[in-house]
Write a new protein. Sequence first.
Length: 126
Amino acid sequence: MSRPVVVVAPGQGDRVGNVEFLARSDDTPFFNLAIVTLEPGQGVSSHRHEGEDDSFLVLEGTLSLTVGEDARQVQAGPGTFVLVPSGTPHAIVNAGHADVRFLNVHAPGGFDRRIGLADRRRLAVS
């Protein structure tokens, strides 16, 4: 059976704090897609995802990342893409003075469930 097409209007994704999920695990098992906004000083301390890639496409501002066992520092401005393979330690922070917005993709899906979003079917266009 084919899955329905999912259309999410601007601002109508499922939210957990500053994360707006556009593609959820109940939409597709292959990935989660979210838009994340970090205010100055906000971030996530070093962690790793086993069995899941984590990626970032910066839309606005500069996202500061610390990646890998060697704690490489990356300053990712608008248009920069960063792919963090599964098992790789990484941390993110907005070290600037303005908000940072980025697309965040976890693949395969499941991240939304791990942070507490229950499955639900949204209105789909088929």
